[in-house]
Design a protein around this ligand. Structure first.
Ligand SMILES: [Cu+2]
Length: 176
């Protein structure tokens, strides 16, 4: 579910309360309704951007990825197989989120690792000023956000995985 639904629900809930509290003082009710108008309009705009029932743009940690990953790569040393799910599913210019799924050679999810990732645009030789925060989610999943792919083109997610040893993997994401 899009987070806006919850927020919009709260905004709606507030209106009858306000009306009840306002009683017969019409001027106050009108003022209250006017103030509500702008956020409701904004919420409606965001609601449209949600795509009406499509998957939300950001990762919802209560819904672990079920679709096949967008990318799968073996780490440099061959220790880990790293998959990546993108949110939104097709990378967009701007803020994205990435969920890494890390399993060992036997396919067992690997928890307790420290994962760091830095977007890098090889064609232009630059990264991003924002370093994504990576939070472990259990079951070998690591959630990175925001992944700020602010230009169209090819980006690398230069990713370091630290456990007993330090290992690296580079995942390539094309932004239309
Ligand atoms: Cu660039």
């Amino acid at each position: 579910m899009c987070w806006v639904f919850g927020w919009l629900g709260q905004a709606w809930d507030g209106v009858p309360e306000r009306r009840a509290a306002g009683g017969g003082r019409r001027g106050r009710i009108m003022a209250g309704s006017g103030v509500r108008c702008a956020p409701l309009l904004l919420a409606a705009t965001l609601l449209a951007a949600c795509g009406g029932g499509d998957a939300p743009a950001g990762y919802d940690p209560t819904m672990p990825p079920e679709t096949p990953p967008a990318l799968t790569m073996t780490s440099e040393s061959g220790t880990w197989v790293v998959s990546a799910w993108l949110y939104p599913e097709r990378a967009r210019k701007g803020a994205n989120e990435v969920v890494f799924g890390i399993v060992d050679g036997a396919g067992a999810p690997a928890d307790g690792l420290v994962v760091r990732t830095q977007p890098w645009m090889p064609a232009h030789g630059h990264g991003t000023s924002t370093v994504p925060t990576v939070s472990p989610q259990g079951a070998g999943l690591y959630w990175a956000m925001p992944v700020n792919l602010y230009m169209a083109g090819r980006w690398e997610l230069r990713t370091t995985i630290t456990g007993a040893v330090e290992d690296h993997v580079v995942l390539v994401v094309d932004v239309p």
